[in-house]
Design a protein around this ligand. Structure first.
Ligand code: B12
Ligand code: SF4
Length: 426
């Protein structure tokens, strides 16, 4: 069977990320498609069009991924695939497909995969090879006659140790384009879901509230097979199980594995495990991404973040003391006034956050915040749900809000920012 795996292009040039990350979700599902001919079309970087790839590769299956802001483009890609040849089985999976399958309820889509897609996609491809219907494959939403019908839910795994090792060798991969801070890097997924319940975060919905992990042994063997020196753990929350991370640090040290790491860690976890941060620094931890989110306790409480500004500040000083660089994530609320923008910028500068990242608070489908704010949304155009645009009413006039948002990046990085830092265009 011939399977074309597609990642859509970036939808908005404003989201000019400082690097491109490998399409880990597609590499992961590809790991379960042992005896298939696979072609990756990574439209974030590829110059070939979907039409060209379809003509060149003649796939039996086209399988696409995407976030919420990508839904429109994923639909266009699968529509083009169906138009090219209506015998192609068209499949969509990923985060948005899981939390908002209705976005893909169109006749040109045969199957919407809900949740972790390795086993489901494998079964879909097998069915297609045997010319059998897919209607009873577990874990699907099926667009039928303008409505969605759902198959029996697929029970999730108990551990991630049984998941396939991602295929980083796919034809069509563009490793030279996957760079972080200007250098080649690899993404390694070690955990899914999260034990916390921040109301803006959709990570919990991917595992129905459970926290699933790979063991230290499994992570170590995956790391050993990776060429890049720099590794970013691609988890919502890498340190949800601190004991696991202690064991992994010890194993890495004992094995003498020399890599440099980027992790996401919560501020309260850093504060409670300052010595562990130091130990990780000694085995290569260089950057920690922290969701500080806000500079007022009142606001942190309204996000259900379960951290305080004092904890954020303590975490910052622990990271500074250990020489670990900080990727600090902050949410810009549509309700921000001039004084809030000033206060946020002052906090970032005062605390010498190395790489601040600002996003506009966005009620993403599948989150408690979405359910809470749905009636106030100013648009349902998911292209704007990229966390770079306001989709709720702004207190400042919309244009002033946008200008002040962009100014945060300009003030932190200057206008001549190049590869390695965030660039944002108006
Ligand atoms: C690592 C990460 C990043 C990395 C790398 C992303 C990448 N691979 O390109 C970086 C830092 C670059 C990043 C950037 C962004 N991210 Co991000 N990111 C994540 C994170 C933490 C892990 C994603 C990951 O790689 N997981 C590991 C893989 C293996 O799992 P997976 O993607 O879930 O895929 C599985 C299933 O979804 C399914 N599946 C997925 N695709 C497909 C396709 C098919 C055909 C099938 C069958 C199945 C399937 O099967 C896979 C294997 O089980 C998630 C949170 C999370 N825990 O998911 C957020 C998350 C995905 N990111 C999010 C967002 C919003 C963004 C940004 C828009 C933020 C911003 N404004 O900068 C950008 C967009 C980047 C872009 N357009 O490319 C949101 C998406 C929410 C949404 N509904 O859209 C998430 C969920 C976090 C959140 N805020 O809730 N991100
Ligand atoms: S924002 Fe981070 S800590 Fe909060 S629920 Fe999401 S992954 Fe967990």
């Amino acid at each position: 069977m011939r399977v074309l795996l597609v990642r859509p292009p970036r939808h908005d040039p404003r989201l000019a990320l400082p690097y491109g990350a490998e399409p880990l979700a597609l590499e992961t599902v590809a790991g379960a498609l042992d005896d298939c001919d696979l072609l990756l079309l990574d439209l974030q970087f590829a110059t070939e069009s979907i039409e060209e790839a379809l003509a060149r590769f003649s796939p039996d299956v086209v399988a696409a991924t995407g976030y919420t802001a990508d839904a429109y483009r994923v639909n266009a890609l699968l529509r083009a695939s169906k138009q090219h040849d209506d015998r192609i089985l068209t499949v969509v999976g990923g985060h948005h497909a899981t939390v908002a399958p209705g976005s893909f309820s169109f006749p040109w889509i045969d199957a919407i995969v809900l949740g972790m897609g390795e086993r489901t996609l494998r079964e879909l491809v097998q069915r297609s090879a045997e010319h059998r219907p897919v209607d009873d494959v577990r874990g699907l939403a099926l667009p039928r006659d303008g409505r969605l019908s759902f198959t029996e839910p697929r029970p999730g795994p108990q551990t991630l140790d049984d998941t396939p090792v991602p295929r980083r060798d796919l034809e069509g991969a563009l490793p030279e384009r996957y760079r972080l801070f200007g250098e080649p890097f690899a993404l390694v997924n070690t955990a899914r879901g999260c034990p916390h319940r921040c109301n803006f975060c959709s990570v919990q919905s991917e595992t129905k509230g459970r926290y699933l992990t790979k063991s230290a042994e499994r992570i170590l063997s995956e790391l050993a097979g990776i060429e890049a020196q720099l590794v970013r753990f691609a988890d919502g929350n890498t340190f949800g199980d601190v004991r696991r991370m202690r064991t992994l640090q010890e194993r890495i040290r004992a094995a003498g594995l020399r890599k440099r790491f980027v992790f996401d860690v919560r501020a309260d976890t850093i504060v409670a495990n300052a010595r562990l941060m130091e130990s990780w620094r000694d085995v290569g931890l260089e950057y920690v991404a922290v969701g500080f989110e806000a500079v007022h306790d009142r606001r942190l409480a309204s996000l259900n973040k379960a951290t305080t500004v004092a904890e954020n500040e303590r975490a910052i000083s622990i990271l500074h003391q250990n020489g670990i660089r900080i990727v600090g994530q902050f949410m810009v609320d549509p309700d921000f006034g001039e004084e809030d923008f000033d206060g946020l910028l002052a906090f970032v500068q005062r605390h010498r956050i190395d790489l601040p990242k600002f996003t506009v608070t966005t009620p993403l489908p599948g989150t408690p915040l979405f359910r809470q704010e749905e009636s106030r949304l100013t648009t349902r155009d998911y292209r704007r749900f990229d966390t770079m645009h306001a989709v709720l009413p702004t207190r400042l006039p919309q244009q002033s809000f946008e200008a002040r948002f962009l100014e945060l990046y300009a003030r932190c990085y200057g206008s001549g920012a190049g590869e390695g830092v965030w660039r944002l265009r108006p």
